[in-house]
Design a protein around this ligand. Sequence first.
Ligand SMILES: O=C(O)c1ccccc1NCC(=O)[C@H](O)[C@H](O)COP(=O)(O)O
Length: 207
Amino acid sequence: MNDAGPSLFVKICGLRTERDVAAAVGAGADAVGFVFAESPRRVGADVAAELVRGVPGRVLTVGVFRDQPLEEVRALARGSGVRAVQLHGGEGRSDYAALAAEGWTLIRGAGVREGRVPSHGEMGEDILLLDAPVPGSGTSWDWTSVDGFGPGERWLLAGGLNAGNVGAAVAAARPWGVDVSSGVEVSRGVKEPALIAEFVRAARSAG
Ligand SMILES: O=C(O)c1ccccc1NCC(=O)[C@H](O)[C@H](O)COP(=O)(O)O
């Protein structure tokens, strides 16, 4: 994983096909996400496992969940072979602690509502993902409301990003990395390789 380098960490989320994975990896993404939560992007453990097998070790594989029982999170994360778990619901500290003890890298998806920006590490996460209140909806929020993250704090900016606005978003919020789903799709759940390549290029030149 790109850990402390100067370049912006780029995650492409909601991949469903080998073509999506090839596009994200080929474009130079640092992480790829597979949605196991209720969503048009949802994949099963078997499909995800097949896709994860095609991802090189330098790219972090992430399973995305929302308000699912811990046993289900464990089963899907293990069954698919992802290395990181991203939680978007009301999961509590004890859930984070249990998953951390089992060795997964933990990403906490937190919606920014009315300018209230959650702090890094509140749940014991490794990476904080600041998102729109409805994750994966392609909606943006006021990125200028972010203030006060230290240089060592790993946090991802997400929510309504695309190749056309990621530069301004990065300039305003100075995140450690960015995450996108809708902005690299032609319709909900259908990724477009050219948009993925364009997004990674724009993000890299911004950060
Ligand atoms: O993608 C989904 O449908 C989804 C459903 C439930 C929980 C999380 C989900 N997605 C997480 C993400 O991919 C991020 O929210 C994403 O990077 C930002 O989404 P977007 O605004 O569509 O770029």
